[in-house]
Design a binder for this molecule. Structure first.
Ligand code: ADP
Ligand code: 5GP
Length: 181
């Protein structure tokens, strides 16, 4: 089974679309990343992320437990290698939701994976979503918007683009790419 990697600018709706995929298509295994950021309200350790401290994260990097890792808006994020390897070996359709630097690292080691870019309908809509989530202070939003400008420019590196206009439609388009193998 070919791995699918979803990336795209912060605030485009990656988390929302992936949550919809989990709900509608439980046969798709979604990797749970490790991060040093704090849980947002409603997030549960082990579900959206494994929440770890900087020391634990550094240890995982050192022991090679992470397939890829990157800093994003002041926090570390990484994909545990072993659980993904097990699912792929068992032929389970797998999905990673990671930012651009991580996607590039995965491409370097797994060039056969399918890289999908989740794009906003427009820049204005992206700003609206990023501001509207209401979970981050202004300086964090500014940092994420700076990063989003860079990430939008990378769209052409990807194998496929899904526009997140409607959540359900975007989730279905993503799943059809995951299932295409
Ligand atoms: P990301 O994981 O890419 O940073 P989120 O999933 O947290 O983004 O979504 C950012 C905001 O945009 C949230 O408030 C979410 O409810 C909203 N959102 C996501 N997808 C859509 C959509 N298709 N239409 C309108 N709002 C959306
Ligand atoms: P958030 O803090 O909003 O959940 O995620 C911030 C960014 O980190 C998003 O772009 C998300 O895709 C990315 N991200 C989540 N998990 C990982 C991971 O394991 N590795 C990398 N490189 N990025 C990740």
């Amino acid at each position: 089974m070919r791995l699918t990697v979803l990336s795209g600018p912060s605030g485009v709706g990656k988390g929302t679309v992936v949550a919809e995929v989990r709900r509608r298509h439980p046969q798709v295994w979604v990797s749970v990343s490790c991060t040093t950021r704090a849980p947002r309200p409603g997030e549960t350790d082990g579900v959206e992320y494994h929440f770890v401290d900087a020391e634990e994260f550094a240890q995982m990097v050192k022991t090679g437990e992470l397939l890829e890792h990157a800093m994003f808006a002041g926090h570390a994020y990484g994909t545990p290698r072993a659980p993904l390897g097990e699912r792929l070996a068992a032929g389970v359709p797998c999905l990673l939701e990671i930012e651009l630097q991580g996607a590039r690292q995965v491409r370097a080691v797994m060039p056969d994976a399918r890289f999908v870019f989740l794009a906003p309908p427009s820049w204005e809509e992206l700003v609206r979503r990023l501001t509207g989530r209401g979970t981050e202070p202004t300086e964090v939003i500014i940092r994420r918007l700076d990063r989003a400008r860079i990430e939008l420019a990378a769209e052409t590196e990807f194998d496929a683009v899904v526009v997140n206009d409607d959540v359900t439609a975007a989730a279905e388009r993503l799943v059809s790419l995951v299932a295409a193998g």
